[in-house]
Ligand binder design. Sequence first.
Ligand code: ZN
Ligand code: ZN
Length: 412
Amino acid sequence: MSESKKRILLMVLDGAGDRACPELRGLTPLQHVRTPNLDWFVEHGIAGLCDPISPGVRAGSDTAHLSILGYDARAVYTGRGPFEAIGAGVDIQPGDVAFRCNFATVNSDMEILDRRAGRIREPETEQLAEALDGIEIDGIECSVHAGTEHRAVLVLRGDGLSPDVTDCDPGEDSHLLRCEPLTEEAQLTADVVNGFLDEAYERLRSHTVNRKRSAAGLPPANILVPRGAGGYPDIESFQEKYGISATCVAGVGLVKGICKVCGLDVYPLPPVCDGGMDSDLIMKMEGVLEALEEYDFVLMNIKAPDVAGHDGDAKAKSEVIKRIDAAVGFFRSRMPEDLVVVITCDHCTPCSLQDHSGDPVPIAFYTQGMIWDDAGEFSETGCSRGMVGRIRATDIIPICMDLANRTSKFGS
Ligand code: ZN
Ligand code: ZN
């Protein structure tokens, strides 16, 4: 093969896809906002639609990213807790059971008053996590680690644990649920979780951080709400699977965690690139440019559109997309020539749902010297005009590898 191997950048605009928004005259934020820089990649490449898992399946960010990286999410997924734990930098081990948690506000009846404790974040959550770290129940060690914003991770370590327990998150109902075992073997684990929550409430309600919050009229973060129990995931490394070096440039713990268990490195970023609504996207792009000097493959995740979608705020989502487009313009004027760029979303987060939907997402593939199709706009409808047609996220890496001249021939 005479053409040389190219590097690959996969840009994931988390939850950017949407449905018709009444506030935007029935358009989606991607249709509504002018995005000349995102559109440039569509105009100079090929586009289509992509189902994160399969048509109609509502993917989480974790299962969607597994799928985007080429893994069968249904086969490798072990619950969200372990992925969040790994993303928060927690060294989880075989035998551990991990949960993802929210810091929340409850009254003394364990009625949840605020699921995010007034969107509490670091450094307060770090101080609270520290107060809970090291609690021991029935010989099981409980460790707590602050995650992004109001999120945290609970890891249980010791003999005889099982991830087959229920969530404590009440969803629509308002009272914190007790953890229940789903199998006989999981009784100890459920008991430990319940014992831990009782102790956590005692320690948190009198904590200085919460006293200060109450004095300032803010909801105290006086409980942890655990869900998504899971054991240690065992996944074939991405680098071995595809024979390329790979890293991720991401702010949120969950995405970093997924990438880490798949064997990708996690590229260090300054704290201003934390994946929140005001995350510094230009600095993130600088991180991407640096990472591309070292690695064959870079996955970049921008979390902010998903956050706006969960808030149901179509205007804020449009503003975020404008900022993403500006950052993509910054990147485009500096990007190396021997590069394959893929732009897509991990799932749609329609403002009208305030959650993920099972709709397909727009996708565009670009590299120098490729065919240009008739698609010209990075949006749900704009990309649907392209020649990629409708693919599944597990097809993305094989297509990238082909465009990057990195595949071996099937047959002679
Ligand atoms: Zn997502
Ligand atoms: Zn989401």
